[in-house]
Design a protein. Sequence first.
Length: 134
Amino acid sequence: LGANHCYAGGFRSQTVTPVGVFAPGNLVNFDASGFGASEDGDLFGVLVSGSLGSFLLPYGDGREAGLTQDNFMSWSINQIPGLMSGSLTAGGGSTPSVSLPNLAPGTVIYYTGIGFDSGANLQSLTDIGSVTVL
């Protein structure tokens, strides 16, 4: 028999926040905050998707991201570590700035943050947020 993993819903103190004006060609990034002291020195990443859906995180314990596996998601996974990740210090951090590609105004980008250690073991998962391209 396997082990069932039950993750309860509720408020998560960890947060990722989009920074900048999300319009084609603008520099944007994500800031992380509220991660626990036990995660200092660990990494965080931001997964993005064009829609909500079902996606099991590939980082260890099978938690559900609540996003759809699409081109945005594939790109963001390939950028962790990299453009969609950063280090956590005192519960926070920032991703590098990236130039937003040419997306149609009104496009909604959904995102969630993940905290993980150097062995790629998932620590934290943020609530899902969204930002609309101007």
